[in-house]
Design a protein around this ligand. Structure first.
Ligand SMILES: Nc1ncnc2c1ncn2[C@@H]1O[C@H](COP(=O)(O)OP(=O)(O)OP(=O)(O)O)[C@@H](O)[C@H]1O
Ligand SMILES: [Mg+2]
Length: 439
């Protein structure tokens, strides 16, 4: 079936040109000359995409985008704004447009956008269908390309029985995704056994993992199963594996190699058919180099590596994430004003989704039911202290200043090296630094 596109454009000649071009390109077009006609069209059928001029005779197209998004979060929207009106384009995107073009519109560029935007739309629909299917599952994959990659790898991980290593900063969802993989795997009916390797040191951890025979140590008054026994036929999740001591690493490597193990103080060999998932928020390659993690163990556990991106790299899908968390917190997904959203987007979220969820929860608690939390509830989030990403509202000068400072810091304050890395002369670097200081 041909993709059905709603074209909202008041200029008849532009509409005519568009219809001619895109009908040939394999689309079916429905035309609307104003917002009233567009509203009527949207109420009567479902479109695969909407292409709309935001300057319309009977109202503001930006508000119209917002009203579309109230009931429909998935249909892709491409906004077209007047020449050079980037501010408006940004606003359109903030209200939920997926892409924008400024006039004069080049049809071949629009065709390319349309193709991409339709892809986004189908991904979004898949994601929301998936979420409906997994009603009880709170894991939110999102639509950014990085998260689509995570989804792909997690699905592969769910069907395979190989070890998986999940990496990512604190609060990015490593624990959550490991449970997701278990639930989607053929082992889902059996145990998911989780052990945090940073909580238990040395022998305490091996006792937990391997179990012990009676008399293995002073307080061992009976034979005790280890987590390996319990994880038989199920999944063993070693959280914070980067914190496992080198001795336990050696013991655990032996289990992976020999496919059997002994309980502490026992001579009998036991077998357990467990599937291994591991997670760490540390840079594991680095701790391997430092001699704190065994390379051979890393090779055994990293057959599939899933890296969860930090929240600050998921700005494009921020409204979706916030909406998802709000629903999870029992509030309507739209409970965040545009100003608050801008503030949320410009903070760097070192605690990632966990921190965002806490911040939203607190704001909702402080706000009377049914009302939108005000900006004051988010005043603790200072974007200026956190130079890790560029928000759309920052000027080029600010971005440049942050970048220069970061490079200088990275080079330990060495002007020569910094200038080289920035590809500018020492004199220019000095001048820029002076400008930054004087501002
Ligand atoms: N993709 C996600 N969808 C929904 N909620 C999420 C997602 N990722 C994280 N969260 C929320 O953030 C919280 C933190 O996630 P989780 O405990 O899995 O992070 P983590 O990466 O294991 O963190 P840490 O390294 O500190 O252990 C969870 O309780 C969950 O509510
Ligand atoms: Mg965790």
């Amino acid at each position: 079936m041909k993709p059905l596109v709603l074209l909202i454009e008041d200029h008849a000649a532009t509409r005519f040109g568009f219809v001619r071009y895109f009908s040939k390109d394999g689309y079916e077009i429905r035309e609307a000359a104003n917002l009233a006609e567009a509203a009527y069209a949207l109420a009567s059928q479902r479109f695969d995409a909407i292409v709309m001029d935001v300057n319309l005779p009977d109202g503001n197209g930006i508000d119209f985008i917002e009203s579309i998004r109230e009931n429909d979060t998935t249909t892709p929207i491409i906004a077209i704004t007047g020449a050079g009106n980037v501010q408006m384009a940004v606003e359109a995107m903030q209200k939920g447009a997926d892409n924008f073009l400024t006039k004069p519109v080049d049809n071949s560029a629009l065709a390319e956008y349309l193709r991409k935007t339709l892809e986004i739309g189908s991904l979004k629909r898949q994601a929301s269908a998936r979420q409906r299917m997994e009603k009880k599952d709170d894991t939110f994959f999102g639509t950014s390309s990085a998260m689509q990659e995570v989804l792909k790898l997690s699905s592969i991980a769910a069907t395979s029985d190989n070890p998986v290593l999940i990496t990512g900063e604190t609060g990015t969802g490593k624990g959550m995704f490991s449970k997701w993989i278990h639930r989607q795997s053929r082992r889902s009916k059996n145990e998911f056994v989780e052990v945090n390797c940073s909580g238990l040191r040395g022998e305490l951890l091996s006792r937990e993992i391997f179990g012990n025979a009676r008399g293995a140590f002073t307080s061992a008054d009976q034979d005790r199963k280890g987590l390996l026994d319990i994880a038989d036929q199920g999944t063993l999740f070693l959280d914070e594996i980067g914190d496992m001591s080198v001795e336990v690493q050696a013991q655990f490597l032996k289990v992976l190699e020999d496919k059997n193990y002994r309980r502490l103080g026992d001579t009998k060999l036991y077998k357990s058919d467990f599937r291994l998932l591991c997670a760490t928020n540390r840079n594991i390659e680095k701790i391997v180099k430092e001699g704190m993690f065994r390379q051979d163990l890393l090779y055994r556990i990293n057959l599939i590596v899933i890296h969860l991106p930090p929240l600050r790299e998921r700005i494009e899908e921020f409204p979706d994430i916030v909406g998802h968390l709000l629903l999870q917190l029992g509030s309507p997904a739209e409970m965040v004003s545009a100003e608050v959203m801008t503030r949320l987007k410009s903070y760097s979220w070192p605690g990632n989704i966990r921190e965002l969820k806490n911040v939203l929860e607190r704001a909702l608690l402080l706000t009377p039911r049914g009302e939108m939390p005000g900006e004051e509830h988010f005043s603790g989030l200072h974007s200026d202290q956190l130079p890790t990403h560029e928000s759309p509202s920052r000027s080029i000068r600010e971005v440049e200043a942050t970048h220069i400072s970061a490079v200088l810091e990275l080079m330990g304050g060495d002007i020569d090296k910094a200038a080289k890395s920035l590809n500018i002369s020492r004199a220019t670097l000095y001048r820029r630094l002076k400008q930054i200081k004087d501002r």
